[in-house]
Design a protein around this ligand. Structure first.
Ligand SMILES: NC(=O)C1=CN([C@@H]2O[C@H](COP(=O)(O)OP(=O)(O)OC[C@H]3O[C@@H](n4cnc5c(N)ncnc54)[C@H](OP(=O)(O)O)[C@@H]3O)[C@@H](O)[C@H]2O)C=CC1
Ligand SMILES: Cc1cc2nc3c(=O)[nH]c(=O)nc-3n(C[C@H](O)[C@H](O)[C@H](O)COP(=O)(O)O)c2cc1C
Ligand SMILES: C=C(C)CCOP(=O)(O)OP(=O)(O)O
Ligand SMILES: [Mg+2]
Length: 360
């Protein structure tokens, strides 16, 4: 049966067990779908840039080519469905819908943190999208901090193998873990552990934030440690401080979530900063990207791929068709930027210098 046939309302949302991690995953979906979880005033920084319009593109729109490659894999558009979920029945439905569309459009996809499945292998099937998306660039996901809590090569290898993933994303989320009531906050000595992991794990390791950004300085350290690619996941979109504050019952944690709701480095600044320290590092832009015009700006600033989380979650919760429609629109928006700046390919766009900064 196609996953599209089952409405989300018929999926049992509450976790099947009392497992704390599984119940957190259910909370994350519920809060992201029901509450205002976006940054308040801080933007992703892309509003400080605009494209120079070209009144005579000398192109036929149907010649525009959005193909690209990332980590050696060809994609039909420079899009990533960012790491989100797994571990509950609702998460399974969302992952399956997203995977079907990723396969159809040949774009990349990440699954949410697989810690919940390491702790409880019975929920591994909520991540099992490979059979639905046999060809896509697919990313496994774990929190880097888990390397300080008894995780090592064995767990990293297991999540990659069970997903049949092309690479492992290690998320870096110190602020989120500070506000999360049950958060893991010992980040001591992690860089050395990441370096060891990069040496022995047979697939590429990608370092990713979760909406607070990666600075040029930290990207340098991560590259020296052997990270293959970076996803800046900058500020300006979904605020994980807000979400964990909303989950918390302790007034202290709720206050922390409010205070730090807008914390972080805007996505645009992260892309520029990281690209400055390395012309070649495979670079994913994400954090607050909400349409194809912003995707195109991120690419013109130096990113190779653009990731969106919250918009894909909203669409997937609605229907599989809504996810098809979202990708179709994103592609049309990126194509329109290329056409109206007189560029046929993404490589031409990057080299054309058509993106100008309009304010500091
Ligand atoms: N719901 C679905 O299963 C799918 C929906 N889509 C829709 O297509 C749009 C973009 O697709 P794209 O490939 O770029 O362009 P096209 O419009 O060229 O669609 C390509 C293929 O998708 C089929 N298709 C188009 N719309 C629908 C729909 N609403 N329901 C079921 N099948 C559909 C078409 O079938 P036909 O020639 O018979 O119209 C065609 O085989 C999206 O906005 C989305 O609405 C695309 C694929 C599957
Ligand atoms: C419901 C949900 C769950 C998420 N879970 C994870 C996760 O498990 N691992 C991770 O690396 N990022 C996770 N993220 C963060 C996103 O990948 C992304 O970095 C962040 O939301 C900012 O992007 P956005 O503004 O497009 O949402 C999650 C995001 C959402 C919306
Ligand atoms: C939701 C995001 C943005 C990252 C993961 O959060 P968690 O802290 O819930 O992930 P795990 O501990 O389960 O890996
Ligand atoms: Mg965690």
């Amino acid at each position: 049966m196609s996953p599209q046939k089952t409405p989300l309302s018929e999926i049992s949302d509450p976790p099947d067990t009392n497992d704390q991690t599984q119940s957190r995953k259910a909370d994350h979906l519920r809060i992201c779908l029901d509450e205002d979880v976006q940054f308040r005033q801080q933007t992703n920084g892309l509003d400080r840039y605009r494209f120079t319009h070209c009144c005579l593109p000398e192109l036929n729109r149907n010649e525009i080519d959005l193909t690209t490659s990332f980590l050696g894999k060809k994609l039909e558009a420079p899009l990533l469905i960012s790491s989100m979920t797994g571990g509950t029945a609702q998460a399974k439905m969302i992952n399956y819908r997203l995977a079907e569309v990723a396969q159809y459009f040949q774009i990349a996809m990440g699954v949410g943190s697989q810690r919940v499945a390491v702790e409880n292998p019975q929920v591994a099937d909520t991540f099992a999208v490979r059979s639905l998306a046999p060809d896509i660039l697919l990313f496994a996901n774990l929190g880097a901090v888990q390397l300080n809590y008894n995780y090592g090569l064995e767990q990293c290898q297991r999540v990659v193998d069970t997903l049949e993933a092309n690479a492992l994303i290690l998320h870096l989320n110190p602020l989120q873990e500070c506000i999360q009531t049950e958060g893991d906050t010992n980040f001591h000595g992690l860089l050395d552990k990441i370096e060891t992991l990069c040496k022995i794990l047979p697939v590429p390791v990608i370092a990713k934030e979760v909406g607070n950004g990666i600075s040029a300085k930290m990207a340098t350290r991560l590259l020296e440690a052997g990270i293959t690619a970076i996803d800046v996941a900058g500020a300006g979109g979904t605020s994980w401080a807000k979400i964990e504050g909303e989950r918390a019952t302790d007034p202290r944690q709720r206050r922390l979530g409010e205070t730090f709701a807008d914390w972080g480095l805007p996505t645009a600044d992260c892309i520029v900063g990281v690209r400055k320290i390395s012309a070649n590092i495979p670079l994913i832009a994400s954090g607050g990207l909400r349409n194809g015009l912003e995707v195109a700006k991120a690419i013109a600033l130096g990113a190779d791929l653009a990731g969106l989380a919250w918009p894909f979650l909203q669409a997937a919760a609605e229907s599989e068709n809504a996810v098809y429609t979202l990708v179709d629109i994103l592609k049309a928006e990126i194509s329109t930027v290329l056409f109206c700046t007189g560029n046929r390919t993404l490589t031409e766009l990057k080299q054309s210098g058509v993106l100008e900064q309009i304010r500091g």
